[in-house]
Design a protein around this ligand. Structure first.
Ligand code: C2G
Length: 142
C-alpha cells in the first residue's frame, strides 16, 4: 500500500473496467476523494462470461489500466458475485463505493462498512465502445 497514514481509510470497488474510459476514470477519481487507499476487484475473464460479458481487454490489460490510472492502489480478481463480504473483512475496508447504476444492490454490505453510490457518467459505456469498434472493423473489411 502506498499510503503511510497511521489509520488510512481503505476503499473498495468492483467492476469489469473493459476498454478503460472516461466514465471509469471519473468514478475512480471521485471514489478516491473518500479514501486514502483504493482497492479494485476487477472481474476475471471467466467471471465476465458468467456476467454475460465478453471483455475486449483481458484481465491483465484491465488490471494494468486500473493501476496506471493514478487512483488505484491494488487490483485483485473478482471471481464471483458473493465474495464481497469476505473481501471487505480481509482488507479491513472502511467504504464500499459503486456507480449509481448499482444503487441499492449492495446495501446489505453496510453491516461491514460504509456503502456509497456515486453518479454514473452518462453517454459512455464499454458496450457502446465495443459496438463502435466492431462496426468500424466490419466497415474496414468491406
Ligand atoms: N461506471 C460509471 N460510468 C460509466 C460506466 C461505468 O460510473 N459510464 C461505473 C459503474 O457504475 C461501475 C464501474 O464504473 O461502478 C465499473 O463499471 P463496469 O466496468 O461496467 O462494471 P460492472 O459491469 O458494473 O461490474 O460485482 C460488481 C460488478 O463487477 C460490476
Amino acid at each position: 500500500m502506498k499510503n503511510n497514514k497511521p489509520n488510512p481509510v481503505i476503499g473498495i470497488t468492483y467492476g469489469t473496467y473493459d476498454l478503460f474510459h472516461i466514465g471509469h476514470k471519473r468514478l475512480l477519481r471521485r471514489i478516491k476523494k473518500y479514501c486514502d487507499v483504493l482497492i479494485v476487484y476487477a472481474s476475471s475473464d471467466e467471471f465476465n462470461l458468467i456476467k454475460g460479458k465478453k471483455s475486449f481487454d483481458n484481465f491483465e490489460i484491465r488490471k494494468r489500466n486500473l493501476l496506471n490510472s493514478n487512483y488505484v492502489d491494488e487490483v485483485y480478481k473478482e471471481e464471483k458475485w458473493d465474495q464481497k463480504k469476505q473481501d471487505i473483512l480481509r482488507h479491513n475496508i472502511n467504504i464500499f463505493i459503486m456507480g449509481s447504476d448499482w444503487k441499492g444492490k449492495f446495501d446489505d454490505l453496510n453491516e461491514y462498512c460504509e456503502v456509497k453510490y456515486l453518479k454514473r457518467t452518462p453517454f459512455i459505456s464499454s458496450t457502446k465502445l465495443k459496438k463502435k469498434i466492431t462496426k468500424k472493423n466490419e466497415k474496414n473489411k468491406l
